[in-house]
Design a protein around this ligand. Sequence first.
Ligand code: ADP
Ligand code: MG
Length: 230
Amino acid sequence: MIEIKNLHKSYPMGKESLHVLKGLNLKIEEGEFVSIMGSSGSGKSTLLNIVGLLDVHDEGDYILNGELIENLNEKKAAVLRNKFLGFVFQSFNLINYKTALENVSLPLYYAGVGRKERQETAMEYLEKVGLGAWANHLPSELSGGQKQRVAIARALVTQPKVILADEPTGALDSTTTDSVMDLLKEINNEGMTVFVITHEEEVAEQSKRIVRLKDGVIISDEKVNQKVKA
Ligand code: ADP
Ligand code: MG
């Protein structure tokens, strides 16, 4: 699904440059649930932004769903994102003046889906995340966990191949964190590839594979021992 080979990324810093990703190799198969762990500044978001086609790498290869990503322009990136990728962010990124239902149906609007089908499909996904009864509420009327569920419904509504989540539980307390991770697990169990960034060990342990990033290199890549919760 996702393959990166010898990936490098630097940011310009005046006359110097900051070398953030230093030759990463990573392969994620369809249906995996992978988390990237690393302390703040280790390059996690940089990696996710490249994988999410929100930024471009300097060197190496990125292959998404069998297609080598090159000569990316904004239009091509948008087409690929809409087709393959769903995003979930720490700060939810919901539109405050739109209801939960409207937020979830927005990607369908951009995809050119008609009004009735938009409403029905968005409602289906809101119900899937347990928020059918909250369809007509504004984000300000929802808890943090509920907002993140709306964001997950919005990420799922266009039926992407991969969900990319950058610190999805970073703004949530531990109980709500568990419920959001349970939802991501459920989605993964249904076959979705899930790629989560986190700096919290407890969150990473909910996934099936942990890749550790330190100073721009992968220092370990291991399967998680699936513990049964007491
Ligand atoms: P993480 O998500 O692991 O905290 P980031 O990928 O956000 O790390 O950042 C890695 C390093 O790159 C940090 O030192 C950060 O300051 C720097 N950085 C991130 N984005 C930019 C940017 N757009 N321009 C310049 N430096 C950046
Ligand atoms: Mg980050």
